[in-house]
Ligand binder design. Structure first.
Ligand SMILES: [Zn+2]
Ligand SMILES: [Zn+2]
Length: 261
């Protein structure tokens, strides 16, 4: 309903550069040119966290991650155009931009994704109230439609964490420590209504579930931005403690130069 209203009220112009959209693209929010300006994150990178390889020594970024957290990848570098798209998604009340971002994320090759569930990184209660929606959940649902994978709201953010600016990777990890808890929730399959997900899956998600219960599927965390990966690592830690064995992550944007100073 809201999205239909939004479509009526918004002129057919690119949300980012305000160029008029071609008839072919009139339902889109971002024009071809703006999308082509997004610079894809490419190898060489750390095979685990997807960060460009360190010049010497082991990768500092993913060294403290829990063992179950095997892979993180991002679609594009968080430069001006991509940053504006994230901003539109988060602050301009344009959750439909999620579909534009999901198109870029969907191109990331993720091994085993055909069996995985997508798990959005939740907002804290205060931010969720202020924004009215979780941008990562919108992104996860749009990605789920493209990948034909279910979205499972398995995580709760039990506290609002301080802004992550200008903290070292270690300080960022400490800042988000204990921020997430796992709840029992069966997934919403693409196209289904909330609450009508597959039944009989909840026992899989019970922490310490009996050995007879079905194994956890691979989980793919979905977030808008990767800076040092601390938030994703903490979310992965909570899922691993609840029994998940394979956790991956995808984000739309990746910070260009994390400030480790
Ligand atoms: Zn544009
Ligand atoms: Zn790494």
């Amino acid at each position: 309903m809201l999205e239909a209203l939004e479509q009526l009220l918004l002129p057919s112009e690119c949300t980012l550069c305000h160029a008029l959209l071609s008839f072919r693209n009139h339902r889109r929010l971002v024009c071809d040119l703006c999308r082509h300006r997004w610079r894809a994150v490419c190898p060489p990178w750390c095979e685990r966290c997807g960060q460009p390889e360190p010049l010497f020594g082991p990768c500092r970024l993913c060294a403290p991650w829990p063992d179950a957290f095997s892979t993180a990848r991002s679609a594009v570098w968080l430069e001006s155009g991509a940053r504006a798209a994230i901003h539109a998604l988060k602050y301009r009340g344009l959750p439909r931009v999620a579909d534009e971002l999901a198109e870029a994320v969907a191109r990331i090759p993720i091994p085993g994704r055909e069996r995985a569930w997508l798990v959005p990184v939740p907002l804290g209660p205060r931010r969720q109230r202020e924004r009215g929606y979780n941008q990562s959940e919108r992104l996860a649902r749009a990605l789920g439609r493209r990948w034909q994978r279910p979205v499972a709201d398995l995580l709760v953010r039990v506290r609002d964490t301080a802004a992550q600016t200008a903290l070292t990777p270690e300080a960022r990890l400490a800042n988000v420590a204990g921020a997430f808890e796992v709840r029992n929730r069966s997934p919403e399959t693409p196209g289904s209504r909330p609450g009508s997900g597959e039944s009989g899956l909840e026992s899989r998600l019970t922490p310490g579930a009996s050995p007879g219960s079905l194994p956890w599927p691979p989980l793919i965390l979905v977030d808008d931005v990767f800076t040092t990966g601390a938030t994703l690592a903490e979310a992965a830690r909570a899922l691993a403690q609840a029994g998940a064995r394979t956790i991956l992550a995808v984000t739309f944007g990746r910070a260009v130069l994390p400030d480790f100073s």
